[in-house]
Design a protein around this ligand. Structure first.
Ligand SMILES: [Zn+2]
Length: 613
């Protein structure tokens, strides 16, 4: 489906969940208010396959309630296995994982779906080129995705492969529903086809020599007798849906793009291929296979099906459909915001609540491409720098929705400044002082230590801001707010200089130990609030603060409230939590190193431990 992702522009302010109140614990959810009026469609509000899809009554006040028992279902695209995983897929999946982890912190039941799209002409071609069968080829690439997600700390709940039998059963059932709606017909079609897009193209959208604007390769003329989906019938309903529910496509400027496409007129599209063997056969016509997009989009539903012998559409739907969020790259917006909703309307199923199209990634300011030889291999990046650094860089550096750029120099600078210095170093030197002066034991509750202290107020404001930003899917801004707590902590400790107060004894000693508790309390809050972004690092911080892995895993957003650290609590022996990335010593100028690294493998930056304060 979306191996064709590259990586755009600003986000807008639609909330996934509002920040009106903290959850009191992870079990008792209570009600959460929603900004997006369509986040929750009351269960009692049913509609026919031809009826209105959304209740528009709440659009005026912008608030609707969502029962917290409804799972938060989010999806990445199902990645196309024609080639090994690339950075675009890794970026989408890292962002989806951060959103999933944040929703879990809020106490939501989350179903995070990813997987692989394994049918189609390109797969058959790629398999033949490597001398393997299509299914062997799919096994290898699908496994490579699973391994990469493990390396990147991706905690998905469902991994669907479109070659699974449960998926095939659901695709056929869905096809039958669309057929029964009278939306499938047979016709001859002659047109220009881009094999890489697996799509017939409009001549007016092509470049010179009929080149596909995405792949810059000439499209081929094809004539086929295919089955078509009557997309044109859904023009008005799609227009009305987007009018009544502008939050459906995010960020908002992408909504305008989608509305433009629809306004320009929707043409029926062919949903079968006569010339492609590697696919799901069309029911009642074994000479044709189902179009790879029609097949793959249904993976979002078949993924919900429990693994059992008889999977069916209804049981999959009742396990969590509609999805709360489809996170995709902007290049596959048309499939998700036009084709997919129309298919669902035809089958009489609910639409997903939101389609969010993020931007493209560039490298050193240039578009990435195999022909340019400047792609980023996510596997080698995570092997060199570890998952926290990779996750942090892309989530902090690129605001979700915008285009973003990777450069190794900036990667190293940001990761070192924020994770090694602001967080790692502050924690390490504070714990060092506590060990030396208080035997690693807190002398006072953090709530008592911070009485009347404005540092506590700013930490509370920042963590509230972080929550709002997460809810807005403004992940970079959420990171920034959490890091600001660390910056404020560094400023505070430098101004207070507890190391000199501790030497003075008496009241000065007591005041200094309170300062240490205050900074450590801030670190504890950071460890929870940043855990959607850098889960492994945050676990190490939590363990340094004297907690167990089980306690870390059980923590909810409620733990970001000030006052968790209590008198008598014992901290762990100070150990660096994040290894600073060091470039080799003879290379003073990091920018120079970066250029040489790309030519000479010997110049790979070495990881060293952080210097203790
Ligand atoms: Zn193309």
């Amino acid at each position: 489906m979306a191996g064709r992702a590259h990586f755009s522009i600003q986000r807008n302010g639609t909330l996934l969940l509002s920040s009106s109140s903290f959850f009191h614990n992870s079990i008792n959810f209570g009600l959460t208010h929603l900004k997006n009026p369509n986040f929750f469609r009351p269960k009692g509000l049913s509609y026919s396959s031809r009826g209105a899809l959304y209740c528009s009554c709440s659009a005026s006040n912008g608030l609707e309630k969502q029962l917290s028992s409804d799972p938060f279902v989010l999806t990445t695209p199902l990645y196309y296995v024609n080639a090994p995983p690339h950075m675009g897929s890794a970026y989408t999946t890292i962002a989806a994982d951060a959103i999933a982890r944040f929703q879990r912190l809020l106490g939501k039941k989350v179903i995070f779906i990813t997987g692989t799209d394994e049918h189609g002409e390109k797969i058959a071609t790629a398999a033949a080129a490597s001398g393997s069968s299509p299914s062997e080829h799919c096994d290898v690439v699908s496994q490579a995705y699973k391994e990469l997600w493990k390396d990147l700390d991706i905690a998905y709940d469902k991994f669907i492969r479109t070659t699974e039998s449960k998926h095939e059963a659901i695709v056929k059932e869905f096809y039958a529903k669309v057929l029964a709606s009278g939306d499938i017909y047979r016709a001859d079609y002659e047109g220009l086809y881009c094999v890489n897009c697996e799509e017939y193209k409009d001549e007016k959208e092509l470049l010179d020599n009929n080149c596909c604007p995405m792949h810059l390769k000439p499209c081929v003329s094809r004539k086929e007798d295919n089955y078509f989906f009557a997309l044109s019938k859904y023009q008005k309903r799609l227009e009305d849906t987007l009018q009544q529910n502008p939050g459906f496509v995010q960020p908002s400027y992408r909504l305008h793009e989608v509305q433009g496409w629809i306004k320009g007129g929707l043409r029926d599209f062919s949903i079968s291929r006569a010339a492609v063997d590697w696919g799901i056969t069309v029911p009642n016509d074994t000479d044709q296979t189902i179009y790879v997009w029609f097949d793959a989009l249904l993976g979002y539903i078949s993924a919900l099906s429990e693994d059992k012998e008889h999977s069916d559409l209804q049981s999959a739907i009742s396990s969590g459909w509609p999805a709360s969020l489809h996170l995709i790259g902007k290049d596959i917006l048309r499939f998700h915001a036009v084709y997919w909703p129309a298919m669902l309307m035809s089958a009489g199923l609910d639409l997903p609540k939101m389609v969010f199209g993020h931007g493209f990634l560039t490298k050193d300011g240039m578009k990435m491409g195999k022909s340019l030889g400047n792609t980023i291999d996510p596997k080698s990046l995570v092997d060199r720098f570890d998952s926290d650094a990779v996750r942090y860089f892309f989530l902090r550096e690129v605001e979700l929705g915008n285009d973003g750029d990777y450069s190794e120099e900036r990667f190293i600078n940001i990761v070192n400044a924020n994770l090694a210095n602001t967080i790692g170093n502050l924690l390490n030197r504070t714990l060092g002082l506590l060990k030396k002066n208080c035997n690693s034991t807190l002398p006072v509750d953090s709530a008592v230590a911070a009485e009347g202290n404005t540092f506590k107020d700013s930490a509370e404001d920042l963590v509230a801001k972080a929550r709002t930003e997460y809810e807005n899917l403004a992940i970079s801004s959420a990171c920034e707010a959490v890091l600001e707590i660390g910056n404020a902590g560094n400023l505070y400790i430098n101004e207070r200089a507890p190391w000199s107060l501790l030497k003075q004894g008496g009241d000065a000693f007591e005041a200094a130990t309170k300062d240490l508790v205050i900074v450590l309390e801030a670190m504890r809050i950071i460890a929870v609030a940043l855990s959607p972004i850098t889960p492994s690092l945050c676990l190490r911080v939590y363990e340094q603060l004297g907690y167990t892995e089980e306690q870390f895993n059980a923590a909810t957003w409620n733990e970001t409230k000030w006052g968790g650290l209590k008198s008598g609590h014992v901290m762990a022996q100070p150990r660096p939590v994040f290894a600073r990335i060091e470039v080799q010593k003879e290379e003073e100028d990091v920018a120079q190193v970066v250029k040489k690294v790309s030519k000479k493998k010997a110049k790979i930056p070495q990881v060293q431990t952080v210097a203790e304060a």
